[in-house]
Design a protein. Sequence first.
Length: 126
Amino acid sequence: MSESKDAVLRFYEAAASGDPDALAATVHEDFRAEAPPMLPWGGVTEGRDAVIARILPQLAANLNLETLKIASIYGEGEKVFVTITAETLRGEPVMLGEDWTLRDGRPASVRVYWFDPRPITDALTN
């Protein structure tokens, strides 16, 4: 596996551990995350601490993180793309892609693409 892919996988491992300090160590201070605006954590979030404080609790409140599986990972150099499957807390399957940009061997940004966000958005309205 490439160093780029390993760097992104370290992010997922740290996120799964639930340790915010371990997660913070995997990314740049100016880390940037962008997600579809219809999601509770959607839009652009700037800064490592803001991403951890704003997005991770929302993910845990909407997804069964134990079901998160990396379906594929591609990339070299500064770009990595990951496809992920998971289930909502209601057991509905979701699929997403994440487009990562690395700088100096660590994630600097991620843009998230949801195949079908309705399982999440429907749960918010019910």
